[in-house]
Design a binder for this molecule. Structure first.
Ligand code: ZN
Ligand code: CU
Length: 482
């Protein structure tokens, strides 16, 4: 037995934000074997590594509940996320997951947001999770199965509802994924591969979730004029399946809908009393996804984030490209296909209202495969902490942290994470609450935040003083049956 007052890592005199939303207290925290072992006054303790954190904040590592990091986890150091203090990501959102699917041709949009044909090489979900085990990522990952991915794998024509046989085939794939440890099913009903699916098709799939203790997340069918109808569809799916539903990147899009978050939040809040619901949001008034000519009309400004035939147009405004080409913006959008874009089409007042709602979790919706990504990929969490909490006083810092940690862990069923608590995983972020700030911009989006000192995943440092350490201590977090 070793001396009980020694540990691997001792962090002293930190301002401890425990993730619960209560105001911080000054104290010490000890870590051994990747777990938080003691929190309190640890004078006289010894650590293999000791950090004097006087003046700095220590919080549970942030959970990015809305990501498209399926491929990025396997590819690199995840600096876009670790540099923000993120220690766990939820992948497979918006109906698109890398698994289960092996492709022979190019991935149809929006599956091309995740990667290329070669990246779609996991015919089963267990094959994907095993790849994460063999080649551990820098951060932890909880993985959703995408409905559009299932459709692409099963249907020869996506432009119609699935037949009974096709639904049965998708159910079999979903069952395999849930058995392997997927945490739920996501949909992206606004996107081409799923737009023709009927509610009953999703209900038939979601029916498998309850027995598995899994959840449902949705990029709704509509975030514009018909947003409340789309909410009703999401609620109905949750009720029939008797599972929690998370509405992804909760927003109202398009000039005609500015201000409607008053209505949509009231509707959400009333329904929350009838069934388990959650929602996430990113802290920007511009969205980002594939470039579609039909969507160009709704946005006053559109920026190109990547283009296969015209990579030289990356990072440029569509309006300027159209002028140069002497054509309409719709025509320019067509010529740039396949491509991605940022759409400047939300009202800042709606963004603030949604962020201020106490049940809103923070999710970046970052697109790591984009050549010139929306700044939310590198900036979301520090932007909420610095810009919206500290500078704009939308809510106190402890409340901002709760929406990135304990609230998210509870909603997504991530046991033993999201709080500073004895026996919890040592996923930690040490940051300067006075200086934390996003630096990624629409012009220069791949910029790490200021004020994030050190980030630990399962007790190992992954980000320190402006650099990745190269460590990859993350794990695939398989769903535990409740
Ligand atoms: Zn989405
Ligand atoms: Cu998304």
């Amino acid at each position: 037995m070793t001396d009980p007052s020694t540990c691997d890592l001792l962090i002293q005199r930190a301002l401890l934000f425990d993730g619960s939303g209560t105001p911080p207290t000054v104290g010490d925290l000890a870590v051994t074997d990747g777990q938080i072992t003691v929190i309190g006054d640890l004078r006289g303790w010894h650590g293999r590594e000791v950090i004097d954190a006087h003046g700095l904040a220590l919080a549970p590592g942030f959970i990015d509940v809305h990501t498209h990091d399926d491929r990025a986890l396997l590819a690199g150091d995840m600096a876009a996320k670790t540099s923000q203090g993120v220690t766990t990501v939820v992948t497979g959102n918006c109906g698109i997951s890398l698994a289960p699917l092996s492709l022979r041709g190019a991935p149809p949009p929006p599956l091309d947001l995740l990667g290329t044909r070669e990246d779609y090489r996991y015919p089963s979900f267990s094959a994907y999770l095993e790849a994460l085990d063999r080649q551990p990522p820098a951060v932890n990952a909880a993985c959703l199965v995408g409905h559009s991915t299932l459709r692409v794998g099963v249907m020869d024509d996506l432009d119609r509802p699935a037949t009974a046989d096709e639904i049965a085939a998708m159910q079999a794939k979903l069952r395999e994924a849930l058995d392997a440890g997927a945490i739920g099913l996501s949909t992206g009903l606004a996107y081409a591969p799923a737009v023709k699916c009927e509610t009953a098709e999703v209900q038939a799939l979601a029916a498998l979730l309850k027995a598995a203790g899994a959840i449902h997340t949705t990029h709704m069918r509509n975030e514009e004029e018909r947003v409340t109808e789309a909410m009703d569809e999401a609620f109905a799916i949750g009720r029939s399946a008797e599972v929690p539903v998370v509405i992804s990147h909760f927003k109202v899009h398009g000039k005609a809908n500015f201000g409607r978050s008053v209505e949509t939040l009231a509707k959400f809040d009333a329904q929350r009393r009838q069934q388990p619901l959650g929602l996430d949001a990113y802290p920007y008034s511009a969205s980002s996804t594939v470039l579609k000519a039909e969507w160009v009309d709704e946005a006053p400004k559109v920026m190109v984030t990547w283009s296969v035939p015209h990579p030289e147009m990356t990072g440029r405004m569509l309006e300027k490209i159209a002028t140069e080409w002497n054509c309409s913006q719709e025509e320019a959008a067509k010529r740039l296909q396949p491509a991605g874009a940022v759409y400047f089409a939300m009202d800042e007042a709606d963004v603030r209202r949604i962020l201020s709602y106490p049940h809103t979790m923070i999710g970046s919706d970052g697109l790591p495969h984009d050549a010139h990504p929306h700044p939310r990929l590198w900036g979301s969490f520090p932007r909420v902490l610095g810009h919206y909490a500290r500078d704009e006083h939308l809510f106190p810092m402890e409340e901002a942290i709760r929406r990135m940690t304990s609230l998210s862990a509870e909603r997504f069923g991530l046991a033993g994470r999201g709080r500073l608590m004895q026996t919890y995983a040592a996923d930690l972020v040490l940051f300067d609450p006075k200086n934390v700030k996003d630096r990624a911009t629409f012009e220069d989006p791949k910029q790490p935040a200021a004020g994030i000192h050190t980030v630990w995943v399962n007790g190992q440092a992954v980000w320190r003083d402006g650099n990745s350490t190269g460590a990859r201590p993350g794990r695939a977090l398989r769903r535990r049956t409740r």
